[in-house]
Design a protein around this ligand. Structure first.
Ligand SMILES: Cc1cc2nc3c(=O)[nH]c(=O)nc-3n(C[C@H](O)[C@H](O)[C@H](O)COP(=O)(O)OP(=O)(O)OC[C@H]3O[C@@H](n4cnc5c(N)ncnc54)[C@H](O)[C@@H]3O)c2cc1C
Length: 482
């Protein structure tokens, strides 16, 4: 069998398959991973820090959270295994065992709602946590205007060094006989109605009876070489810019420190990487196409925010590396996991913000299904589904206005004293309503998808999306076509 894509999902899937299918597994993906999400990720490992006020509001949200819990169960064994491989390679596995979540004061009511949701979830699932004074977080040194209102410490969630884990997983795969191809797949080959293999960019065909497409934000584009374009919902790229710095002075952070989740970011977060190196992430702007370069705007936003909200001494530290990755984002924001209509063709993607953490559970699920056994969860994220509806149109308008207002203030936007911030929120409401009116879209979309469409400089995004939604009966036909 062939796994297409060498990010966290592809690597963990190949690992799970190798345990059962051994040398018959091939993994295909370019070694440099341009624009790959996993190589750019902060690799925070947890699902509680990701909780928002909406996590438990829908069946799909609860199902996704359950996958996070399944991943939590698997990570200790994965870390033991990786620590062994690291020792064989003369390395020490880097693992940060805990996280502080800080409720940022610069933002809006959304941040408080999401922070409270994290607290509720920790209580409900009886996870170890405690409220701490914001001045007691090692390394945390925000500017006075960026101090957090509250903070909590979770001892059960931390982070790894994503690139180290990728390297160690690859090493384990080599040792277990998986064939690793430093190539890109051009096309999924279908013969007599069933999958037959993949064609590489250089023209060579690799034959296989089962193909798993885990190509990150390029997954749907690749699936279209084998499937009807309407079968799987469109995918967007959640472009994230992050950086690795080297501390020049002052004590390093000792835990992961992050703000709650929200559109426009995946929570501002800092992951200590050891010896004064620190990962700082990350922006999150949805784009119709994957990007490999960050913009000056996103880079300056993250630099400003880290100095303001986490560590005002950051401006003196040196930049070791910029990282740009594309989160695989399905239109409805949920994973795409399962068989397609073409026998033998399986999809594993759409993990959006927390796929590094979820990867061992998703891989175990996929490996079971590929072997013809029941997976770890039901078909809720089947790739051929119609988009899951988390919001009605008017709810989605409200959600968009809430996210954008918080983002406005976080980025330092001001409102003159004669005008209330409600007027700003009203503007965002009107922007979203106008998009729904213009396009005839009848299904509520996430705030980040709306931000992509309202701010789109590339009309192609809207065209592809509308074509899909109209064919699925989720947007009105244009007047001429009625
Ligand atoms: C800045 C940033 C921070 C993040 N932080 C976290 C975090 O802290 N915790 C967390 O759990 N998640 C985090 N995420 C999300 C997480 O990275 C993703 O959900 C997850 O890594 C996706 O893994 P993947 O394997 O599906 O995709 P990717 O990692 O994108 O891997 C896909 C791979 O497929 C390859 N590929 C693409 N096209 C082809 C082709 N045609 N042929 C062959 N190969 C192909 C690509 O080169 C790439 O290497 C973050 C993401 C970003 C961008």
């Amino acid at each position: 069998m062939i796994v297409v894509g060498n990010g966290a999902l592809g690597l963990f899937t190949a690992r799970a398959l190798a345990a059962t299918a051994g040398a018959r597994v091939s993994l295909v993906g370019p070694a440099q991973r341009p624009g790959g999400a996993s190589a750019a990720a902060g690799a925070m490992l947890g699902c509680f820090g990701e909780v928002t006020k909406d996590t438990f509001a829908t069946e799909a949200g609860r199902a996704k959270f359950e996958i996070g819990l399944l991943a939590d169960e698997r990570w200790p064994a994965v870390l033991d295994e990786l620590a062994e491989t690291a020792a064989d390679e003369g390395q020490r596995l880097h693992h940060v065992p805990s996280t502080h979540v800080v409720l940022n004061g610069c933002g809006g009511p959304l941040d408080s709602l999401n922070y409270d949701a994290v607290v509720d979830a920790l209580g409900k699932y009886r996870r170890p946590w405690r409220e701490v004074g914001v001045d007691r977080i090692p390394g945390y040194h925000p500017r006075p205007d960026g101090r957090a209102l509250r903070a909590l410490h979770m001892s059960g969630e931390g982070a790894v060094d994503g690139n180290q884990v990728i390297g160690l997983l690859e090493e384990r795969l080599r040792r277990s006989g998986v064939r690793i191809h430093d190539e890109s797949v051009e096309e999924v080959v279908v013969r007599a109605g069933a999958v037959a293999g993949v064609r590489l960019r250089g023209g060579e065909v690799l034959e296989a009876e089962q193909v798993v497409v885990a190509a990150g934000s390029r997954t749907v584009e690749l699936l279209r070489t084998a499937l009807d374009p309407g079968e799987v919902q469109p995918m967007l790229s959640g472009v994230g810019v992050a950086l690795v710095t080297q501390r020049t002075h002052g004590p390093s952070f000792e835990t992961v420190v992050r703000t709650p989740n929200r559109g426009g970011a995946c929570g501002l977060h800092l992951v200590p990487l050891g010896e004064g190196r620190e990962y700082i992430g990350a922006t999150n702007l949805l784009s119709p196409r994957p990007q490999t370069l960050g913009t000056i705007g996103t880079a300056s936003a993250i630099l400003d925010q880290v100095a303001r909200q986490l560590d005002e001494t950051a401006s003196a530290h040196t930049i070791v590396q910029w990282r740009v990755g594309n989160r695989p984002v399905s239109l409805d924001g949920f994973p795409l996991v399962g068989w397609t209509s073409v026998p033998g063709l399986y999809v594993l993607s759409g993990t959006y913000r927390d796929g590094f953490h979820a990867a061992p559970a998703l891989a175990a699920h996929a490996a079971a299904e590929l072997a013809g056994s029941p997976g770890l969860f039901g078909p809720v994220f089947a790739p051929g589904r119609t988009p899951i509806r988390s919001w009605g149109v008017e709810e989605s308008v409200e959600e968009y206005a809430l996210h954008m207002t918080s983002l406005w203030f976080e980025l330092g936007g001001r409102v003159p004293s004669q005008i209330s911030s409600g007027a700003l929120t009203d503007n965002y409401r009107e922007e979203a309503r106008s998009l729904y009116r213009r396009t005839g879209i009848e299904v509520g979309m996430g705030p980040d998808v709306l931000a992509c469409l309202t701010g789109a400089r590339d009309p192609a995004a809207l065209t592809v999306l509308l074509r899909y939604l109209r064919a699925a009966g989720l947007a009105e036909q244009p007047v001429a076509a009625r």
